[in-house]
Design a binder for this molecule. Sequence first.
Ligand SMILES: [Zn+2]
Ligand SMILES: [Zn+2]
Length: 569
Amino acid sequence: MSKEIEKQKHSLAHLMAAAVLKIRPEAKIGIGPATEDGFYYDFGNISLNQDDFKNLEKEIHSLINKDIPFKKRVVSKEEARDIFSDQPYKLELIDDFKDEDLTVYETADFIDLCEGPHVSSTGEINLAFKIDRTAGAYFKGSEENDMLQRVYGLAFETKEDLKKYIENREKAKKRDHRKIGQKQELFMFDEEVGQGLPMYLPKGAMLRHLLMNFALNTYLDHDYELVSTPHIANEALWEKSGHLQHYADDMYGPLSVDDRKYRLKPMNCPFHVKMYNSRSRSYRELPIRWAEMGTVYRYEKSGELHGLTRPRAFTQDDAHIICTGDQLKNEVLGALKITEYIYQTLGLTDLIFKLSVRDPEKKEDYFGGDEEWEKAEKALENALKSFGRNDYIREEGEAAFYAPKIDIDAVDAMGRRWQLSTIQIDFNLPSRFKMNFINEKGEEETPFMIHRALLGSLERFLGVYIEHTGGSFPVWIAPVQAWIIPISDRHEDYANKIKNELKKEGLRVVVEGVNETLSKAIRNGETQKIPYLIVVGDKEEKSEEINVRFRGENKGSMKVKEFLLDLEK
Ligand SMILES: [Zn+2]
Ligand SMILES: [Zn+2]
């Protein structure tokens, strides 16, 4: 979001508050920032509903048409308390401020406590906007405070963008992966099993298996090696890795094993480090690239769980690369290329690359020395440039405390951004575990370590992918590629014969709809988004052909051989 757009959105929040106070003078106002898709403002003591939205919009338009200046005034805390004497939330915010002088902004008779910036006059606002919805929100985000009504507005540069956004949101609702998951019998949750613990039904498990194999085979093709590690480890390991000190809130409580305490793993890294450290390593062995489809367990608050995209157990397509400083750039570049290949193959072609570096003003907040930070940041930057993505977004202060990283967002069919992939360097673990290798001079040297998960987690990726495709998966990854529907039960044998022929060719195919009418079976297959529906009856049996429908389109009768040729295409 550009500064200019942000200014306009936030100014709209002011105008919305002004409009609300006009129709509900008893409202008590909270705060009103810009958001990714618009703006919001929090109100107490009132409850607005859909019927009020039109009036509010009308009032905001009228404020814009009047071209009223935003007048800034610097006031003392004392004066501010006076101005907001009947606004309890503002009074509390005033008390929170450390500075003696505060700024207020006036637009006609509306005054707000705010640091700005805003447009200089309401007439400058040219965004297309709409009051959208309300939700409850605690004042200052704390459950101990009052619950306020948050009123959301949408704001976009053009009317078309606004319309498109609303349409996409409707589409996304219909494509909710939890609904599709149920309809297609892909996965399920069960209260008795526990919240946030997905179970894959046969079709979902096949989809997950195909996705996992695709990713894994790609890594193996790129000279990664496969490793495998257990799900629990002694607390001593998590202490040494620093997880118990810094990550305990995301981990599950200890398990007693003999007289020791163990923990479920929230990450795979310390195991890989242990394996690396199991003997001395020479520079000749580097880079080492170890991949693991590692299932990890992380605590999420029950209110934050959301289907597959936010579960408590998930499997990362994890890998760690251990290399020398000189190899760093090429290793990162390699990971970037694989990421692009994987996402393109899956049909997610719009990727956004973000380089997170440390805050240059707060170097002391980060682990590791200047030299390694500079080397690592340069390596990531050069890798992105060699990769040809000069349009990456550089985010200062967004690095992990242990090193810089590249995060990659994928944009789905509804225009939503999902952060899925991450490529992170780490100075912390090599130092904590005293990792080393013998360099060309015969001296011990600390290697660099890269964590990278390209799909991120299979669960989260699948959640996003189900919504991106609307459950209509490309043929190569569709868990069931074809249904063979016999017109009546006397064609069942022929249907099974065709099934076996196609299975031999590696197709995932079943005979379906034996006890149903043909039209019902076809309708079911289409609802289930089965790519190919193959119908066989007297005519087909006699001519040794099959009748093929592909996603609603009748392709006519053909020999199995012709069908296979078509499929290859
Ligand atoms: Zn403001
Ligand atoms: Zn890791």
